[in-house]
Design a protein around this ligand. Structure first.
Ligand code: PXG
Length: 464
């Protein structure tokens, strides 16, 4: 058996990591000095590190471990599938049972006429599929000039060339010459930071109408699709005002533009329904899914596609696919994950127990002197750190200075709560209990208190 090195002292593990492992979105030098935290095992919402600390993971890994850690059934499903058929591809007019069974299941769960599944290994790959699929669709319909896809600033759609181009993270665009041609961006519906004097509803409408303005600027005959997350996740859990989505759907209909909903975070119960599409009553033409599809136990993503698009693509060969499109082990794990979600009524637990408890607890943080708005949709929540709630003020320090301190205090209190700029974010496993939510909030409040003290000690408690 391969030797795993869990038994080594933490410092040795960190030294090996530092010597050989390149981390995503990380400044190597800073990490090298500090040493990475080594996670060794996990169960439910709890993780353990190599020093034995018990950490409450309020981020579900990276927004993905929806059913919680340590479910043997998923390990069994993977082992069973590996023994029976560890790999085969779905090219060359071939299929296998895990791929077709999961496609059938996803078609049944997905709203409307989204009845067809194109597999990938994660969300970025699935979004790359979407770019090529949308362009192939319009070309097959005799409108190849409809190659522009509109997306949003501060949206996140992955880290591949296509995914990062769709995303609206300027820091990512700055590395590697992005975005690729044919991608345009409009502003996000972030009322707290950008809403000015408008009411949230007026602002939501105004931000949706930017889509119409952008279509007219580019030329309606050039625009193929609009892509967005129902609720922006990596952008800081930005929950759109209720006026936003109906107006977006109206505009897409008016111009005959495809709507791609990126459900990589929102899908599989995160917003309180199976999909964000259902939480906001939006009918998409394509949905991107990943993460919660397998609760992160195996890498898998997919594009779930409408009858109309599939019907058109049936007339051409869509020259696209990955070695691991429909990987049998990942499909088997996803199927088992969905079985557990259904049989254990995980979404009902969210609706009736976890989301109401988290909402009450999260909103109670609103009385803290550092906290501006607290927002929550289902099991994804954020709060704005501010030096002055009444003005929705930003800090004078560079964005993220305060958020980083708050995250550090959170980690020091064995709570995984993230920061995005100066917003704090949680998205715990959907199976979290009310008692665990209480621990989460006690630790979050302690982190806020300690952060507040730090800001005063460092003279950072000032508005811009
Ligand atoms: N779409 C959305 C909405 C996502 O959140 C992706 C696509 C890409 O999926 P893959 O599986 O290729 O990573 C994501 C991923 C963060 C963070 O810091 C968020 C993601 C990934 C890594 C970090 O919040 N989301």
């Amino acid at each position: 058996m391969t030797l795993l090195t869990n038994h080594l002292p933490t410092a040795e593990l960190q030294a090996i990591d530092s010597a050989h492992h390149m981390h995503p979105f990380t400044m190597g030098q800073g990490l090298r000095e500090k040493g990475a935290r080594v996670i060794t095992s996990a169960k439910g919402v709890w993780m353990r590190d190599s020093d034995g600390a018990e950490i409450l993971d309020a981020m579900s890994g990276l927004w993905c471990v929806n059913i919680g850690y340590g479910r043997d059934e998923l390990a069994e499903a993977a082992a069973r599938q590996m023994r029976e058929l560890p790999y085969y591809n779905t090219f060359f007019q071939t299929t296998h049972v895990p791929a077709l069974a999961l496609a059938q299941k996803l078609a049944a769960l997905a709203p409307g006429d989204l009845n067809h599944v194109f597999y990938a290994s994660g969300g970025s790959e699935a979004n790359d599929t979407n770019i090529r699929m949308v362009r192939a669709y319009w070309a097959a319909k005799g409108q190849p000039e409809r190659d522009v896809i509109i997306a949003r600033w501060n949206g996140y759609h992955g880290s591949t060339m296509g995914g990062a181009s769709l995303g609206g993270m300027k820091g990512m665009h700055a590395q590697g010459g992005l975005p690729i041609p044919g991608i345009a961006h409009i502003d996000q519906p972030n009322w707290w930071a950008e809403g000015g004097e408008m009411s949230p509803e007026e602002f939501g409408l105004a931000r949706a109408q930017q889509l119409e303005a952008k279509i007219q600027e580019i030329g309606p005959e050039r625009v193929g699709a609009f892509i967005a997350e129902p609720v922006q996740g990596a952008g800081g859990v930005i929950i759109p005002p209720y006026s936003y989505w109906p107006e977006i759907r109206r505009i897409c209909d008016a111009y005959g533009i495809l709507l791609i909903l990126d459900e990589v975070i929102c899908g599989f119960g995160r917003t309180g329904e199976w999909f964000g599409a259902q939480s906001y009553d939006i009918a998409p033409d394509i949905m991107t899914v990943a993460k919660g599809l397998s609760s992160g136990y195996a890498p898998i993503g997919a594009s779930i596609v409408s009858d109309e698009i599939t019907g058109v693509l049936d007339g051409i060969e869509f020259s696209h696919g990955y070695t691991y499109s429909g990987h049998p082990v990942a499909c088997a794990v996803a199927l088992e994950n969905l079985r557990i979600m259904e049989e254990e009524s995980v979404i009902a637990h969210v609706q009736n127990t976890a989301a109401p408890a988290l909402k009450e607890a999260w909103e109670s943080l609103g009385d803290h002197p550092l906290v501006g708005e607290t927002v929550i949709k289902g099991m994804m929540a954020s709060l704005a750190l501010t030096p002055d709630k009444s003005r929705r003020a930003a800090f004078a320090s560079p964005v993220g200075t305060v958020g980083t301190r708050c995250r550090e205090r959170s980690f020091a209190n064995n709570l995984i709560m993230r920061h995005v700029g100066d917003r704090m974010v949680v998205a715990p496993p959907l199976v979290i209990t009310p008692d665990e939510i209480e621990i989460l909030i006690t630790r979050a409040r302690k982190a806020l208190d300690e952060c507040f003290e730090l800001l005063r000690a460092e003279d950072l408690y000032h508005s811009a």
